[in-house]
Design a protein around this ligand. Structure first.
Ligand SMILES: [Zn+2]
Length: 680
């Protein structure tokens, strides 16, 4: 082989390394730093006997953020994610994952699970240097028996997170040390698990390790790994069975859950734990992939239906504060559950190719994720509420969480989210596009970005220009280096009523909502696809027949005028209370038939970040009236009056803003109805 330049040589080599790093590990001719900027571009398909999945994740950095999404990742890098290690001891220089005597459990790996993709997606030198220090420590301190991580504990669970970190890091850098380290660790675990089985968190989160085992199997073909996957499945909790016969249909309190301070968490509490359920959302799909047992394929959908039916809340999530808590929009959902749910949906989407998983992913990414972080991403909540009228240090009717849970701060209630929140936006970015099993690529979620990959050995760039999710027009500029034939799969959201697809100015294919449209042709440089998903205000129904205003994947909430009170300084950031300075107890004069007449107002200042009050590109005006019987209780909006309701209060024009921009908000409203409700 001849290479035009050293750069081309390195490119080719690192692309090869993605497929079989183990073959290259002992004789790489170049220093590692040189490989950093030259990511592999090819995905790794499932080896026999694994099932053939619909899509495959592309190596980290194949998809790069642009437009508002780039701005969002930059805000994140300038916020807690880019600075947490500078002042929060749990991921500071004394971390056990850096060889120190400090925190040695999940927090270091959690932090890296977001920092690594953030750093490489932004090609941010400062963050790359930070993340490499951690990764290097793990890579350079494997024990002789194969064990990785701090010696202070031998819990399997935090290592499951570190494996996810290492797989992403390897994809971005082709570092040849990763695959051999994982091989030795898994060999050790295969020997050890019969004597020291999964327990506690690891038992309930086994599927996330199986994902890393599958990743390695596809790169090495070592059949011991399939045996390890079987043991992890056997020792792990049977999530599939939980949702075949779902028993947790209501909110339970600490006593019913058996939770007692200072005691181990009982099984019932683990099974209703929000983050566990969010992580488990990938387990059935993953087990179909490994076992080819068809009965596992419907499991993801069954879990979503069960959680929606009994615990669904309007931001695309289910309530769990800390445990499943019913459909009342004053109940909370933890930030860790939000980001883990997103990752599960991304992972399950790759396996199943179900377009509805993409709809759900967008709903959570474009609402629940920004809605629980401050605009500058320097503070977050533990629990967010769809109807959130006050964030304050106060006992609320959560299932088990404490009085700090809905503060915006450094580590309200418990520090897990402080460490784990960073994966949300970066992994979402990375999964906007996937490789398809038919040899093409698939747009599974939409945001401004650029894809760079290779198809049939031809470099292909696809630039996606859009302000989606705030407008339904998406331009895909497709640029293969030379003409190349491949199928392009495009998710058509289920909410899109009259979707259209144009190729080089002409309508090409029938776009059916809730499906993938596939355009299979020879693509040439400068081809253009225009997607149009017309969006306008619509209404969906929630708790007590309440109305929720949506527009495309974004939901719109009443923004309650807010007084921010600094509770205390926390290193480089602070803990904040948010108190309401305007009325919130409105019912809306809107329903499924009238929603189309609501007024859309265009914003102008998206430079500030699209999920902010100043930067939101679209606002919606609706008519409403106060409902005097709906009042605050325990710092929450009291029981939502069942719709329809009547009110003799004067009609007002209310401005709704994207959920993510409204830190105090009402999202599920009573609907005005009846004679006095609709009269002037
Ligand atoms: Zn958490």
């Amino acid at each position: 082989m001849r290479f035009a330049s050293r750069r081309d040589f390195l490119k080719t080599l690192s692309a090869m390394a993605a497929v079989s790093a183990s073959d290259l590990s002992s004789h790489l001719p170049f220093p590692m730093a040189a490989v950093d900027r030259i990511p592999p571009t090819e995905f790794c398909a499932n080896r026999e006997p694994l099932a053939k999945t619909s899509f495959y994740p592309l190596p980290l950095t194949s998809v790069r953020p642009k437009g508002w999404l780039l701005k969002q990742l930059e805000i994140q890098a300038n916020g807690l994610s880019g600075h947490l290690d500078e002042f929060w001891p749990d991921v500071g220089p004394d971390s056990g994952w850096l060889g120190g005597n400090g925190e040695s459990w999940e927090r270091g790996p959690y932090f890296l699970d977001g920092l690594v993709p953030l750093a490489y997606l932004l090609q941010d030198e400062r963050l790359i240097a930070k993340s490499r220090r951690w990764v290097n420590w793990t890579l350079e301190n494997q024990q002789a028996n194969g064990m990785i991580g701090p010696r202070k504990n031998d819990d399997w669970w935090p290592r499951m997170v570190m494996l996810k970190v290492l797989t992403q890091y390897q994809e971005a850098t082709a570092d040849p040390r990763v695959v051999p380290l994982m091989q030795r660790y898994f060999a050790y675990q295969l020997r050890e698990l019969p004597n020291r089985p999964l327990r506690d968190w690891g038992k309930y989160r086994w599927q996330d390790e199986v994902a890393s085992v599958v990743w390695l199997y596809n790169r090495t073909g070592n059949s011991d790994l399939l045996q390890l996957a079987q043991i992890l499945h056997q020792q792990g909790y049977d999530w599939h069975a939980q949702f075949e016969n779902f028993a947790f249909t209501g909110k339970m309190d600490a006593k019913e859950l058996g939770v007692r301070e200072g005691m181990p968490i009982p099984d019932r509490a683990m099974q209703t734990h929000g983050v566990n359920n969010a992580m488990a959302l990938k387990s059935s799909a993953l087990w179909w992939l490994v076992s080819k047992d068809q009965s596992y394929r419907p499991g993801v959908n069954r879990q979503l239906v069960a959680l929606d039916t009994y615990h669904g809340i309007p931001n695309g999530m289910f309530s769990a504060d800390e445990h499943l808590a019913g459909k009342n929009p004053s109940q909370g959902i933890e930030l860790c559950a939000v980001v883990e749910n997103m990752f599960s949906l991304e992972y399950a989407m790759g396996i199943l190719g179900d377009p509805l998983l993409g709809d759900r992913l967008e709903k959570i990414a474009y609402n629940a994720l920004p809605g629980t972080l401050t605009d500058d991403m320097w503070a977050h909540q533990y629990d967010q509420q769809p109807n959130q009228i006050q964030c304050s240090l106060r006992q609320r009717p959560w299932t088990t969480n404490g009085p700090e849970s809905n503060l915006y701060g450094l580590e309200p209630n418990f520090g897990c989210c402080t460490a784990n929140m960073h994966q949300g936006w970066p992994k979402f970015t990375s999964n906007l596009w996937m490789a398809s099993a038919e040899g093409g690529v698939a747009a599974v979620a939409y945001a401004p970005c650029e894809l760079n990959t290779k198809i049939r050995n031809v470099p292909v760039a696809i630039e996606e220009r859009t302000t989606y999710p705030f407008e339904g027009a998406i331009l895909l500029a497709i640029n293969p280096n030379r003409p190349v034939h491949f199928p392009l799969s495009l998710r058509i959201p289920a909410w899109a009523t009259e979707p259209s697809i144009r190729l080089n100015g002409k309508t090409v294919t029938v776009a059916r909502a809730g499906s993938f449209a596939v355009i299979d042709r020879e693509w040439k440089p400068a081809d253009q696809i225009e997607l149009h998903f017309p969006m306008g205000p619509t209404v969906s129904r929630a708790y007590h027949n309440s109305v929720v205003v949506e527009r495309g994947p974004v939901i719109y909430s009443l923004d309650i005028s807010t007084e921010w009170k600094k509770l205390r300084t926390r290193g480089m950031t602070a803990d904040w209370e948010a108190h309401p300075k305007s009325a919130w107890n409105y019912a809306l004069d809107i329903n499924e038939r009238t929603s189309g007449t609501a007024n859309e107002v265009m914003g102008t200042n998206a430079e500030r970040g699209v999920f902010t009050l100043q930067g939101a590109p679209v606002l919606i005006e609706v008519k409403g009236r106060k409902i005097s019987q709906w009042q605050e209780e325990n710092g929450c909006a009291g029981e939502l009056p069942p719709s329809p309701v009547t009110s003799a209060q004067p009609q007002e024009t209310l401005r709704l803003v994207p959920y993510g921009a409204a830190k105090l908000r009402i999202t599920a409203f009573p609907e005005l109805g009846g004679p006095s409700g609709n009269s002037g």
